[in-house]
Ligand binder design. Sequence first.
Ligand code: 5AD
Ligand code: SF4
Length: 440
Amino acid sequence: MSGKYFITTYGCQMNVHDSERIAGILSGMGYEACDSIEQADIAVFNTCCIRENAENHAYGNIGMLKKLKQANRNLIICVGGCMMQQIGKADILHKKFPYVDIIFGTHNLDNLQSLIEKKLAQKKAVIEILECDGSVKEDEAMLRSSYPNAWINITFGCNNFCSYCIVPYVRGRERSRQSSFVIDEAREMVAEGYKEITLLGQNVNSYNNGTDDIKFPELLRRIAAIDGKFRLRFMTSHPKDFSEDLVRAIADNEKICNCVHLPVQSGSDRILKEMNRKYTSGDYLRKVEMLKKYIPSCAITTDIIVGFPGETDEDFEDTMRLVRTVGYDSAFTFVYSRREGTVADRMPDQVPEEVSKERIMRLIDLVNSQTREKSATYIGKTVEILCEDYDDRKGMYLGRDEYGRMAYFASDQNEIGNFLDVKIEDANGISLKGEIVNKR
Ligand code: 5AD
Ligand code: SF4
């Protein structure tokens, strides 16, 4: 088979990595990537359902494809991902957009080749959504698109059932990949020249719970022991399982970045209980203290939801207080989004949108001021940056330090994938600007 494909991805890093798997399947079939959907013979939408706005965004983009399909009858439009995995969503999409050719879920992404072959042999749409069978695929063909970063899945699914979250329903029960396969994949990535490895899972700290295989801190240690210069990161850590052993593994290994994403979600104990997070704000702050005791410079980032059902002004003030206490390097802030089928969706006292909006603006102001303060401390310092990309608009290269802080700098040669010492001259909110003083 030959032709061109274009993949549009919504949502989190997990989905970005799933798209690398989709690209691996399509290129294995003989298709080549192209730069715009207009040139494509196969257009894939990898959807996300974690919040309503990601869903609306996908609907909007799929809706705009009607004209393209009319102009090119041979175009194959595929819609997959976790939005399709929600009960009834595939039928709604099929009725709304009858010109979509293939609809698939998160658990049959690997069948994409056979779904495409089926579609090529029949006129009507192919719809296949499978339930999670609990299996874990190893050794999958990927077409990685994020050099110098290599994403590696270590767990799939989630068992935590936070009351607001749809993930456990669409991604299934938590299961881990075997450590030997993960370590081999990491070794292969380093040998291929990748300079940063990020281990991915909804809750990496529960890696291999319930099996005899090694646990997460040991997995980190073994990957950090691979020869070569590279950085090792991971996400996401659930605070309830964030252990001292893990912090020691980070502290003892140069290659493991001193940067931890530790979603708190709320600073109110009452709301945390309603969210089913299984920790109090005190438990969380004690883990942060433990982390800072071992690694005083460690960057801490978080996720926060405002406007969870029943959140009062006092609950929100508790969140503001906790944010001030921790002093985050950066934070993702979300307005609570009702997800059908979750426990929180059935709770009374849904918070009015205007109230949530007002709260999130105040929270964003606070988080931004903390981020700006941290950025300002960089001025005059020289930091090691891994160059990740080139920004056409700015005409500058960009990369991050081990703490995840983004820096821009100029160079007249391709620096992507290089470690560089950059002297910071300017700090503009979240990003820094500097000059290369040394190349490694
Ligand atoms: N509404 C708002 N934010 C949500 N998240 C997950 N579910 C919801 C929801 N229903 C956020 C959480 C999580 C991040 C990935 O997305 O903060 O940590
Ligand atoms: Fe969702 Fe909670 Fe699982 Fe994270 S830990 S994916 S928020 S259920």
